[in-house]
Design a protein around this ligand. Structure first.
Ligand code: AP5
Length: 216
């Protein structure tokens, strides 16, 4: 099963991804996490990507599509994949179609801007795994440290308010058109489309999504 998690920055895609990949036993392919790993490694891609990400803009479609195509060649993707933060533009979605990489389900998480800003300002991240926490809504067991590895959590540079505001503009202009793109495919019965209210608790949203799979 190939699934796309769609929604604005900070809507809870990465948080919900954790439960979905465990339930379905498929890998989490997050282009944001892949780029942050490249930044941590200090690779040429990471150095270039950081400049773009810190402004709240999007990394070029060619680079992103190249990263994803390489990732999909790994054997763990043979039974399916959960895309998070990809595709982010119509050309990226078109690249999946052109490569005959069919999508079975879109999960769109909806959240208003006020909640988004509150969530991102309190977000803390474990870089090597991509696990997300929130100082108030989803705190780690030990403040400042990852639950599983005990390693330090960081605050993302692009979670500053002015960058978040720019990311929201970029989302509306470049990513939101994917909603109509994929709803048209739903109308053609090419895929399922699940809309999720992202304003509930992490647990209630997770139950809602997992119930959808149980009833399939
Ligand atoms: P990326 O990392 O993909 O960022 P994003 O899509 O903007 O999404 P986020 O990771 O910010 O949010 P999320 O929806 O995963 O929310 P989370 O679960 O963390 O991309 C970063 C950058 O990389 C982009 O700006 C771009 O430059 C580049 N990039 C990446 N992919 C690209 C692509 N395909 N093309 C081009 N460029 C690309 O939750 C947020 C917070 O809220 C957390 O603290 C969490 O604990 C908390 N929370 C979650 N759910 C709840 C809840 N129900 N109640 C209360 N708190 C909650």
């Amino acid at each position: 099963m190939r699934i796309i998690l769609l929604g604005p920055p900070g809507a809870g895609k990465g948080t919900q991804a954790e439960n979905i990949i465990q339930a379905l036993n498929i890998p989490h392919v997050s282009t944001g996490n892949m780029l942050r790993e490249a930044i941590e490694e200090g690779s040429p891609l990471g150095i270039e990507a950081k400049k773009v990400m810190d402004k709240g803009a999007l990394v070029s479609d060619d680079i992103i599509v190249g990263l994803v195509v390489e990732r999909l060649k790994k054997p763990d993707c043979s039974n399916g994949v959960l895309f998070d933060g990809f595709p982010r533009t119509i050309p990226q979605a078109q690249a999946l179609d052109d490569a005959n990489i069919g999508i079975d389900l879109i999960i769109e998480i909806q959240l208003d801007d006020e909640n988004i800003i509150e969530r991102m300002s309190g977000r803390r991240v474990h870089i090597s795994s991509g696990r997300n926490y929130h100082v108030k809504f989803n705190p780690p067991k030990r403040e400042g440290f990852d639950d599983l590895t005990g390693e330090e959590l960081i605050q993302r540079d692009d979670d500053k308010r002015e960058v978040v505001e720019e990311r929201l503009v970029v989302y509306r202009n470049q990513t939101e058109p994917l909603i109509s793109f994929y709803k048209a495919k739903q109308t053609n019965n090419d895929l399922d489309y699940l809309t999720v209210d992202g304003s509930g608790s992490v647990e209630s949203i997770s139950q809602f999504i997992l119930n959808f799979f149980r009833n399939k």
